[in-house]
Design a protein around this ligand. Structure first.
Ligand code: C2E
Ligand code: MG
Ligand code: MG
Length: 489
């Protein structure tokens, strides 16, 4: 009996020992793998790269490091949720691996970032060709449940020995080149050059500064007036400005994409909305007629689940009448959304807020989709305004603008022309039936105090005009066509 127990205990011990061995091996294996994609992780990659560099130095080979980052992957995550995002990463990882040769190593760095080691290549062009194949693999439509996603990526390439001697240097230079690709609009490859390093440093520094900007009150809203064709002020578009103490004025076209990449656009956008609504609520107490404020919305805000609640709350807290708020979204932002993603827009329309499509005509619009969107306004992109008076009919935008205005009116939408700079453009827009104008000809974006001064001036002028009309009407009431005094209508 005792002997059987002992044998049993020995058997169990042996089993436990083998389990421990198996688990230790598995833990080691897992510590080298990325948990989402099952691909090698960065630790694994760094080991492989160091080994490859030793061999390359011994035999005089060229080695290349590629850094690939999915463009706007955070947005994909916002759209399909984290589980969906993980599935996207798995599928992309598989495709990328399929585009590589057996001897190449690819690792996932998490968050839509992949790093690739190419051995035995001839030169940087050879590496760029592989990069092109990888981008092609990312570009093919990806199916996730009922959705079809179109992804792009930015890719940076560097080669050993020209661009770096050790593993860390090569990785960091490939990453710098990737950032250059992103800054140039994404969906492209950039090869490393020494100057890239400085650009990347500047970018990182700028991102840190932007983080501080909101706290330090360096951000400011400017207001550009909008007018009806008869010259009456209808409101303003709120435009963000960043005044950095050392860099000076940083243009929004530079810092907004950066704010989007780092998701800082969420607190910044919320601040901008509150600032603009609060300001317009105050101005509406001074204006003889209600004015509206147009606020730009970033795709990240739009994709954020509780966006419409946040807008409604801001309206309530600032006291702005919802009908005095117009939210500007871009064409591509709304066209890519599924039916259910448009629910926040419908909710905002229900409370009376207006929705405009900004820079209309530059993106890809499905006309039938346009009809179903809960929108109120089309903002004609300034490129069309600037080409209105081109002599050559091939480059003149006159016919396109006419068609856009007719289309908008048939869908009961109003049209605001952006970037009106000359009297000629204004006259032409009037002839074509445009509803409202915005541009340097009528007024540049102004800080709040300057806009307020302009508003006081416009209100006083309107008041005086009305007063004069009333007086005239009182003096000669029979001169009005219907026999009633105009001022009392
Ligand atoms: P946008 O919304 O299309 O704004 C119009 C841009 O055209 C503004 O540039 C304005 O200053 C400029 N503009 C107005 N009239 C004229 C004109 O007659 N001629 C020319 N050449 N330009 C004119 P800005 O302020 O540099 O803003 C650029 C873009 O940055 C905006 O384009 C918008 O997409 C984005 N942006 C600005 N403020 C915000 C914001 O608060 N949130 C978000 N998400 N984006 C913003
Ligand atoms: Mg706009
Ligand atoms: Mg615009």
């Amino acid at each position: 009996m005792l002997r059987i127990d002992r044998l049993d205990a020995i058997g169990r011990l042996q089993q436990a020992e083998s389990n421990i061995k198996f688990l230790t091996h598995r833990v080691e294996e897992l510590s080298l793998l990325d948990s989402v994609t099952g691909l090698p992780n960065h630790r694994h990659f760094a080991d492989r790269l160091s080994q490859a560099l030793v061999l390359a130095q011994r035999h005089g080979h060229i080695v290349s490091v590629l850094f690939l980052d999915l463009d706007r992957f955070k947005r994909v995550n916002d759209l399909v949720g984290h589980t969906g995002g993980d599935e996207v990463l798995k599928q992309v990882g598989c495709r990328l691996q399929g585009a590589l040769r057996q001897g190449d190593t690819m690792a996932s760095m998490g968050g839509g970032r992949f790093i690739i080691l190419l051995q035995e290549i001839k030169d940087v062009l050879d590496a760029a060709k592989v990069g092109q194949k990888l981008l092609g693999a990312v570009n093919a439509p990806l199916h996730l449940s009922s959705r079809e996603l179109f992804l792009t990526a930015s890719l940076g390439v560097c080669v050993h020995p020209q661009d770096g001697l050790d593993a860390q240097e090569l990785e960091s230079h490939a990453e710098s080149a990737m950032y250059r690709a992103k800054e140039r609009g994404g969906d492209r490859i950039e090869c490393y050059t020494t100057t890239l390093n400085e650009v990347s440093l500047e970018r990182q520094e700028m991102e840190g500064c932007l983080r501080e900007a909101l706290k330090n009150g360096e951000l400011q809203m400017y207001y550009q007036p909008q007018f009806r064709m008869d010259g009456r002020l209808t409101g303003a578009e709120a435009l963000l400005r960043w005044n950095h103490p050392l860099l000076g004025a940083v243009p929004p076209t530079k810092f907004i994409p950066m704010a989007e990449e780092s998701r800082l656009i969420l607190p910044i956008g919320e601040w901008a909305l509150r600032e603009a609504c609060g300001q317009m609520a105050k101005w509406n107490t001074m204006s003889p007629h209600p004015l509206q404020i147009a606020v730009n919305v970033s795709v990240l805000q739009f994709a954020n689940g509780d966006w419409d609640t946040c807008v409604a709350r801001t309206l309530l807290e600032t006291g702005l009448d919802p009908t005095c708020l117009e939210l500007e979204l871009t064409e591509s932002m709304v066209m890519r959304q599924g039916h259910e993603d448009l629910v926040p827009l419908h909710r905002l329309r229900e409370i009376g807020a207006k929705i405009a499509i900004d820079d209309f005509g530059t993106g890809y619009s499905s006309l039938s989709y346009l009809q179903r969107l809960p929108i109120t306004t089309l903002k004609l992109d300034q490129s069309f305004t600037s080409m209105l008076q081109n002599e050559d009919p091939k480059t003149s935008s006159e016919n396109i603008v006419r068609a856009i205005i007719q289309l908008a009116h048939s869908l009961h939408l109003s049209v605001v022309a952006e970037g009106v700079e000359t009297e000629g453009q204004r006259d032409m827009l009037e002839l074509l039936g445009c509803d409202c104008l915005q541009g340097f000809l009528l007024g540049r974006p102004l800080p709040a105090d300057a806009f307020e001064a302009m508003l006081e001036f416009v209100s006083t002028k309107a008041f005086l005009k009305r007063a004069t009309e009333t007086q005239e009407a009182v003096r000669v009431p029979r001169s009005t066509p219907n026999g009633r005094a105009r001022g009392s209508q």
